[in-house]
Design a protein around this ligand. Structure first.
Ligand SMILES: [Mn+2]
Length: 395
């Protein structure tokens, strides 16, 4: 038998689909989470037969499994490991491993693109236009190149996977790819994706109104209870609240926290490591441990959600040379005014705060963090300016 062990995300499933095209019914594909791969591989190695072939893609094996695979390889079995994660580069010491993070031209690789090239090279798969497109969409999704290229087809392909079971997705893709011409979504898939997008927009709007802010350790954190569309939600909340260091999305059911940041000087994998977790600098996850529960849930429960900035203003806009008006529950009205050399000052209910800020961003960060202030609507701004025009002119 031929076995493929691969990741259960789009890049891993892409490898599974390629294996089914190459080996047809001779291959058994097992989709794994990061946590389950080594158990599955160890279990398989206990029962493997002499003429079995084993492929592992998009996930890394630990030392013990690597040694066992090496033994199998030495005995003449077909073993091939293909991955694109930096963390697996050390496995290149083995003759059966191919780990490559980027191509010679600088583009990042994905497991699906590497596996596709491998299968083509040894003549097990024949390249065609549909397959090229399919593999490239997955590569762009997995490396986030789609975001830079605004390649929404890549994003939609990933969304489609999460809207159905892996088996159903496989069947659909295999049918689509058998035509060999262009890779495109059919009407039903387009409709499903449109409905899902509407659902997501509604969910994000609701969650944006539920965000709380508090200090946890050295950082200011935006906290929201959520369990769906986490990457989109984390990204939007981060962009909408640049005064927050990171966003923590709490799933009470699974007792997990997802952490996201848009800032280069914040590393959320470090935060996650304090609560039995880890990941990347910009996106990571951890357990809702007792300590985390106290900091993120119990202490935030009495807080009120943040009010968002008025979205459609023409006059009261950030960095306006005429000044920018905010309101807050604890301090009342706050008026930010530009001074010479780009500095900004704040007055609170007509009295200066006696603080000067290097730029608008710092001034806004200060009132948003300390007073949970929000940008008021144009109407309020205009009446404020009319009422205060004399005083402001004489300043
Ligand atoms: Mn991958």
């Amino acid at each position: 038998m031929i076995h493929l062990f691969t990741h259960n995300d789009l890049d891993g499933v892409g490898c599974g689909i390629l294996a089914k095209i190459a080996f047809k019914e001779k291959v058994t594909v097992s989709y794994n989470s990061v946590g389950s791969l080594n158990y599955q591989v160890a279990d398989y190695l206990e029962h493997s037969m002499a003429n079995d072939e084993v492929y592992i893609t998009d996930l890394s094996v630990h030392e013990e499994n690597a040694k066992k695979l090496d033994k199998l390889f030495d005995q003449g079995s077909k073993v091939q490991f293909i991955d694109h994660h930096k963390s697996a580069l050390h496995l290149n010491d083995f003759a059966w491993a191919k780990v490559q993070v980027e191509y010679d031209d600088g583009r990042l690789t994905s497991a699906t693109s590497l596996y596709y090239e491998y299968l083509e090279e040894i003549g097990l798969i024949e390249a065609n236009k549909a397959l090229n497109e399919f593999v490239e969409l997955i590569r762009q999704y997995d490396t986030w190149e789609w975001d830079k290229n605004q390649n929404f087809r890549a994003k939609r392909l990933n969304d489609l996977l999460y809207m159905m079971s892996i088996e159903e997705f496989e069947t659909r893709m295999l049918t689509k790819l058998s035509s060999g011409t262009n890779f495109s979504f059919d009407d039903l898939e387009d409709q499903l994706l449109n409905i899902e997008e509407k659902k997501m927009e509604k969910y994000l709007r609701r969650k944006k109104r539920e965000i709380l802010q508090k200090q946890v350790g050295e950082y200011w954190v935006g906290i929201v209870f959520a369990e769906s569309f986490l990457s989109e939600l984390g990204n939007e909340l981060g962009k909408e609240n640049p005064h927050l260091d990171y966003i923590a999305m709490i799933n009470m059911g699974s007792r997990r926290i997802s952490l996201r940041t848009i800032h280069d000087d914040v590393d959320v994998s470090e935060v996650a490591s304090k609560f039995e977790g880890g990941g990347h600098a910009k996106a990571s996850g951890c357990n809702l441990t007792e300590k985390a529960y106290k900091l993120f849930v119990a202490e935030s429960f009495p807080l009120e959600p943040l009010k968002s900035d008025a979205p459609k203003n023409v006059f009261n806009i950030k960095e306006s040379p005429n000044g920018v008006l905010y309101d807050s529950k604890s301090k009342g009205i706050l008026f930010l005014t530009p001074k010479e050399n780009g500095a900004w000052e704040i007055e609170n209910k007509e009295k200066p705060l006696n603080k000067s800020f290097l730029n608008f961003k710092d001034a806004e960060k200060y009132i948003k963090r300390n007073y949970a202030a929000w940008l008021v609507k144009d109407e309020e701004y205009v009446s404020f300016l009319i009422e205060n025009i004399r005083r402001l002119r004489s300043n």
